[in-house]
Design a protein around this ligand. Structure first.
Ligand code: FRU
Length: 509
């Protein structure tokens, strides 16, 4: 088995397969291959989401360069068009008019044999230079920064003949990596933040400046972590030795820096002055470890919309056999909360997917409901009473052989998805996912849960996100219930919407 971590340090070994006949090489502008048997398999796969963006087939990881252009949202993503495993990275491309319904577009970037990206077009960003859409991304191996210019419709991309535009990290620096550029404009200059780290010390973001996107000068470290730095509170997370996928943007009168620490996505809010960023407060973008490599964009209403890669929670063999791996998170809107922290909530556009509505009025928080499903939005509000643990069960089989629990534990101040019994399949992750979360005395627990086949995205009290993966094996694992330990918890109300799919075939074409 090749883990993602191993993959990152491998040179470009060629792995073919997946059992499907696919072109041996895909080029910029190529349509996704038509493969009817595979498309049929994917359209009928109960683990494949119905209202999340994902490639028509094969592998996806990071969102790359999400951007609004001519009234549409463009999403690029790390994509291996040759199989459901992380090799030979291309940039997949999709477009949406509402952040919710997507259309697949041809491959945006493909490795050029003999070029600086011959072994993969890794993560990066999109900007508009004058009127020219431009992608800035990492070529490997070694890690260098490259540029590609697009046409007006963002349908074809031409790589800059002078690539790489940054050929190596600053001299003398013992970096742990050098990738995933994030570019923005200040007055008439471009700035580029790049994910890196200093061996033995900790993750860093390096800052560069340019007038034309082609010639870059290294300035200094935008920000530096400490390897063993822990988040405040009871939720220790080392920020590690390498920061991937920096995303840096203004947020009210502060700036926000998101970095992916090879474990979690951490945000810092702080002051940006003289081209240095000084973090004042940190938090986790998502409490689980299924959500990674988050990137944001500004939309036309001035909202900051955030996307992330939802990785799989099953074996490499199961992923290859499925013929697809990796899902894009639902759009999340980021703002500054009254307490000065980041507030991350589902984009209101998702409400357009709501179909049939079921409402259940107040009752003790113990019991099952008549509504069943695996493509639902669930809103629940609980009064805790004297209960120590309260929450919901989802995807439960009638006899309880399979079920997943979403729980708030007051004593442990934890919010979790518990997956021990989530599937009878031997091939899936069963560990709990989640982290620190505390309700104030007398505060109700307010959950918004998006169930979509094997994906769960949860938003708790507008201040915590938790993404998880579950793979129930039984077709009747569709039940919903409430649970409470200790007395007194009450369900104030439960609202469930059956969600409409965004395509007729689970986006397999
Ligand atoms: C994050 C990441 C990036 C890299 C890309 C390769 O998941 O490791 O740092 O550019 O994936 O696919």
């Amino acid at each position: 088995m090749v883990s993602r971590r191993d993959f990152l340090s491998l040179s470009a070994a060629t792995v073919l397969g997946g059992g499907f006949v696919l072109p041996s090489r895909m080029a910029i502008g190529d349509e996704h291959p038509k493969n009817e048997p595979l498309q049929k398999q994917l359209a009928a796969d109960p683990q494949r989401p119905q209202y999340h963006l994902l490639p028509p087939a094969n592998w996806m990881n990071d969102p790359n360069g999400p951007i609004f252009w001519k009234g549409q949202a463009h999403m690029f993503y790390q994509h291996n068009p040759h199989g459901a495993f992380p090799e030979s990275m291309h940039w997949g491309h999709a477009v949406s008019s509402d952040l919710v319904h997507w259309k697949h577009l041809p491959i945006a970037l493909a490795p050029t044999p003999g070029g600086p990206d011959k072994d993969g077009c890794w993560s990066g960003c999109a900007v508009v230079d004058g009127n020219v859409p431009t992608l800035v991304y990492t070529g490997v191996f070694p890690q260098v920064q490259c540029l590609a210019r697009g046409d007006d419709g963002m349908m074809t991309w031409r790589k800059f003949a002078g690539n790489p535009v940054i050929a190596a990290p600053p001299q003398g620096m013992q970096t742990t990596g050098f990738r995933d550029p994030c570019v923005w404009r200040e007055a008439d200059e471009w700035y580029l933040a790049i994910g890196s780290g200093i061996e033995g010390e900790g993750g860093t973001v390096l800052l560069y400046r340019s007038r034309d996107l082609m010639h870059w000068d290294y300035l200094h470290l935008l920000c530096k972590g400490r390897r063993d730095e822990l988040l405040p509170g009871k939720d220790p997370v080392s920020t590690g030795e390498m920061w991937e996928c920096p995303d840096f943007f203004p947020m009210a009168d502060k700036h926000a820096l998101l970095v992916s620490t090879q474990g979690a996505v951490i945000y810092s809010l702080g002051a940006y002055a003289n081209h240095y960023f000084r973090p004042e407060l940190q938090g986790k973008v998502d409490l689980g470890d299924s959500y990674y490599a988050a990137r944001s964009m500004m939309d036309e209403q001035g909202r900051r919309v955030l996307w992330g890669w939802i990785r799989e929670g099953r074996s490499d063999a199961a992923q290859r056999a499925a013929g697809w791996a990796g899902v894009m998170s639902l759009p999340r809107v980021v703002s500054l909360a009254a307490d000065g922290r980041l507030r991350i909530t589902p984009a209101p556009e998702l409400e357009t997917l709501r179909g049939k509505h079921h409402h259940f009025a107040g009752q003790p928080a113990r019991g099952a409901f008549s509504i069943r499903g695996d493509s639902l939005e669930i809103q629940a509000e609980f009064e805790l009473g004297a209960s120590g643990v309260v929450g919901l069960t989802v995807r439960s089989s009638p006899g309880g052989e399979e079920l997943s629990s979403i729980t708030y534990n007051r004593t442990k101040a934890q919010f979790l998805v518990e997956r021990e019994h989530s599937s009878l399949s031997p091939d899936v992750d069963r560990g709990p996912q989640g982290g620190s979360f505390t309700l104030a005395e007398n505060e109700t627990l307010k959950l918004r849960i998006f169930l979509d086949a094997s994906v769960i995205e949860i938003f708790a009290n507008d201040r915590a996100c938790l993404t998880s993966r579950i793979y129930p094996s039984r077709p009747d694992s569709l039940g919903i219930g409430t649970l409470a330990k200790g007395g007194g918890a009450r369900l104030k109300a439960l609202d469930v919407w059956e969600m409409r799919p965004i395509s007729p075939d689970r986006l397999a074409t």
